[in-house]
Design a protein around this ligand. Structure first.
Ligand code: KG4
Ligand code: ZN
Length: 349
């Protein structure tokens, strides 16, 4: 029998719904929220209000695009956390009501696990390769930067992470310093394509082991620009592309050099002593510089890499639907009394 699952994502500022048929996506609808643009960041109160406006049309569109009827659904899966509580409440409340109304199971999904499990979404012909357990994933988003060792779909261990800002924050805060619009990551990526990545150098912190620190980079950029602007008020405007290219190259270099270290550490865990498969996930995995650096590592060092399609890199409900599918197969269902959680590791059922 084929299972049809509705996935819902509302952890931050994207309202998204997807329909999955077993592990093949039939539809993935995403409504962004322009309302935050003028504030230079996500305003939680405005985000929950926009989710309330978007959720019904988005779910309706996902069901229509998938060309199914809601009565055919086997289950509804929804992000439980981590994320903004007000935003999460909109998705989880809808999912609870939907599961009650249709008398189908409710499935709680962890947003970070879902980013990783997006690698198991299959093409319509199911020919695309998926990672082999155990594999290593660098999860890089607006709120998290983690090395995760994945032994099985839901057996995941964080083996390194940022001690302050996330990689996405490093992009967004650097962009803000330069007066670029929010979210800064995609803007820096776009301008970086026109610039020279070797033009400026920014200091990189020396953090032991597999942990990261990105807050120093922001300070280094801030002081550098403050000094340059004293001499030339148009410094940013005149050097925007090179600044973006250099900032992106610095962040990517920090990520890739630690990734090489993480692969060496996890080599021993692989049954054949080989380097494990290596995946990237989360919004920053959409970055063209990071994707290219990973492709270079594949070509030069034989890394077996997994890069998610762009539509599954940034927040989306397809990843919630695939995580929901694997939980559905296990019979791992949520409860009507479960409450959303804001931070990773603070789950309640
Ligand atoms: O996973 P995500 O969509 O939301 C969270 O779970 O946080 O990640 C959002 C982050 C933001 O910081 C955004 O600037 C960054 O991902 N991002 C990018 C790119 N696209 C999104 N950063 C660099 N380059 C991109 N192309
Ligand atoms: Zn995310």
């Amino acid at each position: 029998m084929q299972n049809l699952i509705l996935g819902i994502e509302s952890s931050c500022d994207d309202t998204s719904a997807a329909i999955i048929k077993d592990d093949v996506i039939l539809s993935n609808v995403i409504a962004g929220q322009d309302v935050h643009r003028n504030f230079g960041g996500v305003v939680p109160e405005l985000a929950s209000r926009a989710h309330q406006q978007n959720i019904i049309p988005v779910i309706h569109a996902a069901i229509q695009k998938a060309n199914i009827g809601k009565n055919q659904l086997s289950a509804v899966a929804c992000t439980q956390g981590p994320g903004l509580l007000g935003s999460l409440l909109v998705g989880t409340s809808f999912a609870k009501a939907f599961s009650l109304g249709l008398n189908i199971p409710l499935i709680d999904v962890d947003h970070l696990q879902a980013h990783i499990l997006s690698h198991f979404i299959r093409n319509a012909d199911r020919t695309n390769p998926v990672p082999t357990f155990p594999f290593l994933c660098l999860t890089v988003s607006g709120g998290h930067t983690q090395f995760v060792l994945i032994r099985d779909y839901f057996d995941m261990e964080v083996i390194g992470q940022t001690i302050d800002d996330a990689a996405g924050e490093a992009f967004d805060k650097s962009a803000k310093i330069m007066g670029l619009p929010y979210p800064g990551g995609p803007v820096i990526d776009k301008l970086a394509k026109l610039g020279d990545p070797t033009r400026f150098t920014f200091s990189k912190p020396n953090i032991p082991g597999l942990d990261f620190s990105f807050s120093g980079l922001k300070t280094s950029i801030l002081y550098f620009l403050r000094d340059e602007l004293k001499a030339n008020p148009d410094f940013i405007e005149n050097n925007k592309n090179d600044l973006c290219a250099s900032i992106q190259a610095t962040i990517v270099d920090m990520l890739i050099s630690k990734l090489a270290m993480a692969l060496e550490v996890t080599k021993g865990l692989h049954p054949r002593g080989n380097l494990p498969d290596v995946a990237i996930a989360g919004g920053v995995s959409a970055n063209s510089g990071l994707r290219k650096a990973l492709e270079d590592a594949r070509d030069n060092f034989g890394w077996n890499i997994f890069i998610p399609p762009i539509q599954y890199s940034t927040d989306n409900a397809a990843m919630i639907a695939i995580a929901g599918y694997f939980k559905f197969l296990k019979g791992d269902f949520g409860s009507q009394s479960a409450t959303p959680y804001a931070r990773a590791g603070n789950r309640s059922t």
